[in-house]
Design a protein. Structure first.
Length: 91
């Protein structure tokens, strides 16, 4: 598997569930050495995207991935790229 896709449309107003799903996909990507997570947060008001961006900046999460990329063609989509090595473990 080269990518995990997470669509947050159905849980856009459930903060705890959003964080739980984001934690799950980060853990899955690290555990299975998947290079990319595609997060669909939609365009809307931008609040869901801001929530996702704040989550990705948490130190325990940020040290797991290599970089975050906003899709230039679709403002409602974020890619999280991983460089897997043996020195990083999910906490």
């Amino acid at each position: 598997m080269s990518k995990i896709k997470l669509d947050l449309h159905d849980i856009f107003n459930k903060g705890d569930e959003i964080d739980s799903e984001l934690n799950r996909v980060v853990e899955e990507a690290v555990e299975h050495r998947i290079p990319t997570i595609e997060i669909i947060c939609g365009k809307g008001s931008g609040q869901l995207k801001k929530h996702v961006q704040r989550f990705l900046l948490l130190p325990r999460i940020k040290n797991q991935y290599h970089r975050v990329e906003n899709d230039g063609k679709n403002n409602g989509r974020i890619f999280v790229h991983f460089k897997h090595d043996n020195s990083k473990a999910y906490h």
